[in-house]
Design a protein around this ligand. Structure first.
Ligand code: ADP
Ligand code: MG
Ligand code: MG
Length: 258
């Protein structure tokens, strides 16, 4: 059965005066082993979808259902979702001075292990595991000891995000490539990380409006979001078509030409 099954999902955001509808009937099914790209113009609701899956606050689900591994996702708190294998890169709105990156990583991994009935990794074992991973990713160990989010460059944030994902080995990985510019170097970090994470028992949702990213990662399915709806789904060729034609012809309600 599907790892993730989203049916008729409607989500709103309270903008201070009213509940503003953002997602307006999303249907999406993702099976283990698949990589799905969710694309679409700025403001179409891509990040909202990612945030709702992770259980971030400030979104109101007004209709629909999400099943994850056969369970009602809405019954799980954000930290339970994480322990159950859902990963959305930690995206801290503020820097956390004095809290080293490595502590958050270790805490997150150990929370998962305890949940699975496994022993916690001590500092020595954790360091061995993470050093191995850093070596493979060509990352500087110094990143581990930097305070969370403080002064990370774009490329370092991406490396850190991929490192988090790799260490936590999620069942459902959600990457939201937000609108802040990704240079080629950062794109390759993400692409290599995602390729390395492909696994028959893992699903990956790659949210992006960068067609270029899909030059490096060939997704199984591509979905285009416009105005809170999936207006087109297809194979990897859809991403190429978007590169040629842009998003205009796919606006919700519009009839695609020819
Ligand atoms: P995308 O990731 O595709 O660019 P988002 O999910 O970030 O789109 O945003 C979808 C819509 O929701 C946009 O119109 C955006 O302005 C609106 N939105 C997002 N966050 C808020 C918020 N906190 N308050 C009001 N509107 C918001
Ligand atoms: Mg945006
Ligand atoms: Mg976004």
């Amino acid at each position: 059965s599907a790892m993730l099954e989203i049916k008729n999902l409607h989500v709103g955001i309270n903008d201070g005066t009213a509940l503003k509808p953002i997602l307006r009937g999303i249907d999406l099914t993702v099976a283990a082993g698949e990589v799905h790209a969710v694309m679409g113009p700025n403001g179409s609701g891509k990040s909202t979808l990612a945030q709702v899956l992770a259980g971030r606050e400030s979104y109101t689900v007004t209709a629909g259902s999400i099943r994850y591994q056969g369970r009602d996702l809405f019954e799980l708190l954000p930290e339970e979702r994480s322990r159950e294998g859902i990963f959305l890169a930690f995206q801290y709105p503020v820097e956390i001075p004095g809290v080293a990156n490595i502590y958050l990583l270790k805490a997150a991994l150990n929370a998962q292990r305890v949940h699975r009935g496994e022993a916690e990794l001590d500092a020595v074992d954790f360091l061995a595991l993470i050093r191995d991973q850093l070596r493979r990713m060509g990352m500087d160990e110094a990143l581990l000891y930097r305070p969370v989010n403080q002064g990370f460059s774009g490329g370092e944030k991406k490396r850190n995000e991929i490192l988090q994902m790799t260490v936590l080995a999620p069942k459902l990985a959600i990457l939201d490539e937000t609108d802040s510019g990704l240079d080629i170097d950062a794109l390759k970090v993400v692409a290599d990380g995602v390729q390395a994470m492909r696994h028959p028992e893992r699903a990956i949702i790659l949210v992006t409006h960068y067609q270029r990213l899909l030059d490096y990662i060939v997704p199984d399915r591509v979905h285009v979001l416009a105005q809170g709806r999936i207006v087109r789904s297809g194979g990897p060729e859809l991403a190429l078509e978007l590169e040629r034609r842009g998003y205009g012809w796919l606006d919700a309600g519009a009839t695609p030409p020819e």
